[in-house]
Design a protein around this ligand. Structure first.
Ligand code: DON
Length: 562
């Protein structure tokens, strides 16, 4: 895992212009696909060429990601999708996020002295929440696709049975989880080669996964939740101290939700509602930025960045205090985004000084996470769009593969607050609102986003990165809409992040020029340079209707025009 703090190179860093590393965007006239892996992008293009629409192609890409980027996302995990149907002029949100098993309880990861048991919520069968990806993708295709599930899944089945060539990201992810992968015979069997990590250039064939995908393609999601696959998952859980039962699987249902939308400088920003905090964070921060009367159209301006940091600090404090599964905690969305409240938050920002985080609320924080989880975007020739983020949470999830199925299971239970104030893998803290309860959905930060102007789609974006997801998406929105960067430069531009706790501004290398750094220090900020994070994908609809796509240069993704 990356995300480690680098020493602050205050005196030696030479700042680069934001666009220095950005290649030109890919251009499409009849469609655009952007995913985290070239083979998944190709799967989506194949499905578009066979007459599929954006929904079919997005589902095809998602199934393919589960094969070629299994450490990030797959059928053992869950996620969220925004679906824009141009003819109807509407956007819907599908929540196929994992749920806690019915046998889970609040103190699941605490020892008898009330302390959090290390690794209990991240590794092994007990860390697994009920997977939602298969139900979600099947529902997307049923509700909005044009092809049959089997047609949509064909490229993924092909990739699993023929194999794909392992890349450096795979090697890094599996080396980082080597001990955990070794400990699970199912995982070692699939993801290690004679007990050692696969090397760059090796062919990884996943025969069991191909068979599982084939069963789903022919029998539908029913097979996964009530049939043979459900039986295999429940049996493995029972054997290994896991909590998921046949009843948990049989009762899983994805939920269509109204997306969260808000205005920003004449645009309508549409993103994910609770149980993801992603949309709320994005809209709260944008709401505060829009109130900044001395705002400069310059992404390097220290005063503007100070304001951005202070806005992020306040929105993330709200996340920790108030947010959780809306089925368990009354959603405070309207209250948090109410204009008088945003006015008051804005007025409380001191332009000359940081507000210490612990003055806003109380808890403790931790570390960052890089780029596991996967975002993908498809825009088709009719102007329909899907922006989808899904995950198994940290690299290789719980590091558990259900024997004989090839299914790698998530560790999404770690997104709950195991104990108030104790940070999770992303350094995120929470309290009662995000405490564990049976069938509850852990709070997410995923933020698949679509932006419209005068009813027309102008931008789609999303990223992995745990707690950094909303600020990564935010910066792509600001870079394209406010700072007029093309979409590739907007995605490549170095990032900044503040998440309330720890009270630090995380900066990618070269994010700040020395003068800007000094000005932020002078306002009381602690700046920490970290390894680059995120693996964002974005599509811009150009004024002439062409589609410009960009995959993050931090990853190995591909934008392919059609
Ligand atoms: O739902 C969430 O917010 C996290 N489980 C997402 C994990 C993630 O982005 C991992 N990438 N670094």
């Amino acid at each position: 895992m990356s995300g480690a703090a680098l020493p602050l190179l205050a005196a030696v860093v030479v700042s680069l212009p934001a666009s220095a590393a950005a290649p030109a965007p890919a251009i499409g006239r009849r469609g655009m696909v952007v995913t985290a892996h070239p083979l998944a992008s190709q799967a989506a293009i194949t499905v578009l060429k066979r007459g599929g629409n954006a929904v079919d192609a997005a589902a095809a890409a998602a199934f393919a990601i589960g094969v070629v980027e299994p450490f990030s996302a797959g059928i053992g995990g869950g996620g969220f999708a925004l679906v824009y149907e141009r003819i109807k002029g509407r956007t819907r949100a599908l929540d196929f996020r994992e749920r806690a098993p019915l046998g889970a309880e609040r103190n699941l990861y605490l020892d008898n002295r009330g302390q959090v048991i290390p690794d209990a919520s991240t590794t092994g069968h007990r860390a697994v929440a009920v997977p939602g990806t298969v139900a979600g993708l099947a529902e997307l295709v049923r509700a909005g696709g044009r092809l049959r599930l089997a047609e949509v899944m064909a490229p993924a089945i092909d990739l699993a049975s023929r194999g794909f060539v392992v890349t450096q990201r795979f090697v890094d992810a599996s080396s980082g989880r080597l001990r955990d992968l070794e400990a699970d015979p199912g995982a070692a069997d699939v993801f290690l080669k004679g007990g050692k990590p696969y090397q760059v250039g090796d062919l990884l064939v996943q025969r069991d996964l191909a068979e599982t995908l084939l069963q789903i393609a022919t029998g539908g999601d029913e097979v996964f939740y009530r049939g043979e696959i459900a039986e295999a998952i429940a049996a493995d859980m029972a054997d290994s101290g896991g909590l998921i039962t046949a009843r948990d699987l049989a009762s899983f249902k994805p939920v269509w939700r109204d997306p969260l939308s808000g205005r920003y400088r004449g645009y309508t920003v549409v993103s994910m509602p609770l149980p993801s905090s992603g949309g709320l964070l994005l809209l709260e921060i944008l709401g505060l930025l829009e109130r900044d009367r001395t705002w400069q159209r310059d992404y390097r301006d220290a005063r503007t960045l100070h304001f951005l940091i202070e806005a992020e600090r306040r929105a993330y404090a709200d996340r920790a205090e108030r947010l959780g599964d809306p089925a368990f905690v009354k959603p405070p969305t309207g209250e948090l985004l109410a204009p008088p409240r945003l006015d008051a938050l804005y007025r409380a920002i001191d332009p000359a000084r940081r507000t210490p985080s612990l003055g806003l609320a109380t808890a403790a924080g931790g570390r960052a996470e890089s780029a596991h989880t996967s975002h993908l975007i498809v825009v088709d020739g009719e102007g329909n769009a899907v922006s989808l983020t899904f995950t198994v949470n940290t690299p290789f999830g719980a590091a558990v593969v259900v024997p004989g199925t090839g299914i790698l299971l998530n560790n999404e239970m770690d997104d709950f607050s195991a104990k108030p104030g104790v940070p999770n893998a992303y350094g995120m803290v929470g309290n009662d609102a995000n405490a564990i309860a049976p069938a509850k959905i852990p709070l997410s930060s995923m933020a698949p986003t679509l932006v419209f102007r005068d009813g027309k789609l102008v931008l789609a974006a999303g990223s992995p990165g745990g707690s950094t997801i909303p600020t990564t998406v935010l910066q792509i929105v600001l870079n394209t809409l406010d700072y007029d960067m093309d979409v590739a430069a907007a995605v490549a531009a170095p990032r900044l992040h503040h998440q309330w706790l720890p009270d630090e501004v995380w900066c990618e290398p070269y994010a700040l020029e020395p003068e800007t750094r000094r000005a932020l220090f002078a306002r009381g900020h602690t700046l920490v340079v970290r390894e680059p994070w995120g693996n964002a994908m974005a599509v811009r609809v150009l004024p002439d209707g062409r589609l410009a796509g960009a995959a993050d240069p931090r990853g190995e993704g591909a934008a392919v025009g059609y």
